[in-house]
Design a protein around this ligand. Structure first.
Ligand SMILES: [Ca+2]
Length: 129
């Protein structure tokens, strides 16, 4: 009787370890996947390497976020993709296009804003379709 219980407990423990193992194996691959940025959009990411929360601006029309607090994105942006085929997009450290400006040229991306001092420091953006 005790042997049977012990065997059942051991079998359950092995099954649990196998389940945890498979979750642990799947998680890093998903975490390292960058979130996609649609064509004709400018994409701003919470973390470097295009990860975390994403905020987009459709490039079919020009637009702006004059104060990223409204979008819950103030001082959060850490990487940017600009899929515009023609236009540079501009980012500012302060709201309403004030303070230091950082430009991202058409068709380029910046995987980390850390080296240029703009990481977690952008408060407004203007994009041109
Ligand atoms: Ca960030």
């Amino acid at each position: 009787m005790i042997k049977n219980i012990r065997r059942a407990v051991m079998t359950s423990a092995v099954a649990l370890v196998l389940m945890i193992g498979s979750f642990a194996g799947a998680a890093p691959a998903q975490a390292s996947l960058a979130l996609p940025c649609a064509s004709y959009a400018v994409c701003m990411y919470e973390h470097i390497n295009f990860e975390g929360q994403i905020l987009t601006g459709a490039l079919k029309v020009s637009g702006y976020y004059s104060n990223l607090t409204t979008q819950g994105f103030n001082d959060k942006i850490s990487s940017i993709i600009n899929w515009s085929t023609k236009y540079t997009q501009s980012f500012w450290k302060d709201a309403n296009s004030k303070g230091d400006r950082y430009d991202v040229k058409s068709g380029t991306s910046v995987s980390s804003l850390v080296p240029n001092g703009f990481n977690d420091n952008i408060s407004s953006v203007i994009w041109t379709g």
